[in-house]
Ligand binder design. Structure first.
Ligand code: GDD
Ligand code: MG
Length: 349
């Protein structure tokens, strides 16, 4: 079975981290995000994957390569962002698509039963089938009411108004080639705004998955939530064992005399000084945290340096290579750009 993964968005909501690393290969619990999705696709019999990239496409290819778990990986790179459906049309025009295709958003951590969705699609002879999950707050998703047989009645993308159901588009589709042939060529096209609303009421079905794990990791809050869920084993994965604080500390990290955890990820070759505290946070590779500093519920990109006694978070996001001076405070919810220098109390004099 063939799958196409949409991995070309700019990941604006995860800036500043996505200025230097595309969301698709952003480390999640120390692994490139897409490796979790590829493991899941593999477990449902996918053996051929097309990665649709635009923004920082070279990085995606460098990280994932051309073969993963025996699956063939190919890349289709667009010059200009083509939206969500435009890239699929581009792959069709490049002659590499099969008759039937699984299409997924590239930022979904899930164990949804894709095999059951494909079976559901086949039983109904659908043109396209959308995986649906239930969420409490539907405002940032596509809302998808169906009839009893699963026929999609309407597709309502991101509305803050009243909605008829809390079942939303999970970003996991099974699509027949004829539907892709109907997507206009050579311009940006949105599945959610142009394709699904037109197919609704006709050949578009929704497969409601019974309470799978499902999370779009594309915002800072959800990126941390996904990290904590992986650490706690709430979603299946092949991560190494966590320590007694529920944290993952990768090779080369030095943490003597520091308080690391709970629910923390230290990337490769991180260094955390004496009496520093790192709690419910994610440090990408080669981050240095000075003595007596505290990092709370925050994400630090690779090579960030935190001076002694600095205080970070909660909810802060620090871009790769930034320097936080001694005693500096990075406030709740603050963003620090890649390579930015935040002056410490020593520098302020
Ligand atoms: N190749 C390519 N080109 N990929 C793109 C582009 C583009 O121009 N724009 C976005 N993508 C990719 C993103 O990288 C992401 O993996 C996926 O398409 C969806 O884009 P998001 O920007 O993450 O959309 P969203 O989360 O706001 O909403 C979508 O996902 C929800 C579920 O998480 C919609 O599909 C909603 O209907 C859905 O409920
Ligand atoms: Mg998303």
């Amino acid at each position: 079975m063939q799958a196409l993964v949409l991995a070309g968005g700019e990941g604006t909501r995860l800036r500043p981290l996505t200025y230097t690393t595309p969301k698709a290969v952003m480390p999640l619990a120390g692994r490139p995000f897409l490796s979790f999705m590829l493991d899941w696709l593999h477990s449902h019999g996918v053996d051929d994957v097309v990665l649709s990239c635009g923004f920082l496409s070279g990085d995606v290819r460098r990280v994932l390569g051309d073969i993963y778990q025996g699956m063939r990986l190919r890349y289709v790179v667009e010059d200009e962002p083509l939206g969500t459906a435009g890239p699929v049309r581009l792959a069709l025009d490049e002659g590499i698509l099969a008759e039937r295709l699984v299409i997924t958003n590239g930022d979904v951590l899930t164990d949804l039963d894709l095999s059951a969705e494909v079976a559901w699609h086949e039983e109904r002879g659908a043109g396209a089938t959308l995986g649906l999950v239930e969420v409490d707050d539907t405002t940032s998703y596509g809302v998808v009411p169906t009839n009893a047989d699963g026929l999609v009645e309407r597709f309502i993308e991101k509305t803050s108004g009243p909605v008829p159901t809390n079942r939303i588009n999970a970003g996991v589709y099974v699509v027949e080639r004829e539907v892709i042939e109907g997507i206009p060529s050579g311009r940006a096209v949105s599945f959610e705004r142009e394709v699904f609303p037109v197919l609704a009421g006709d050949s578009l079905y929704g497969y409601h998955a019974e309470s799978p794990y499902w999370l779009d990791i594309g915002t800072p809050e959800r990126y941390l939530e996904g990290t904590w869920d992986l650490l706690a084993g709430r979603v299946d994965s092949t991560l190494p064992a966590r320590d007694e604080t529920g944290s993952l500390v990768f090779e080369g990290a030095v943490v003597a005399g520091a308080h690391v955890g709970p629910q923390t990820v230290l990337g490769r070759s991180c260094w955390v000084g004496t009496d520093a505290r790192v709690e419910r946070s994610v440090l990408h590779d080669r981050v240095v945290v000075g003595a007596d500093a505290t990092v709370t519920e925050s994400v630090l990109g690779e090579r960030v340096r935190v001076g002694e006694g600095a205080r970070i978070g909660p909810g802060a996001m620090i871009g790769a290579g930034a320097t936080i001076g001694e005693g500096a405070k990075v406030a709740e919810g603050a963003r620090v750009d890649p390579d930015e220098v935040v002056a410490g109390t020593a520098a302020a004099g």
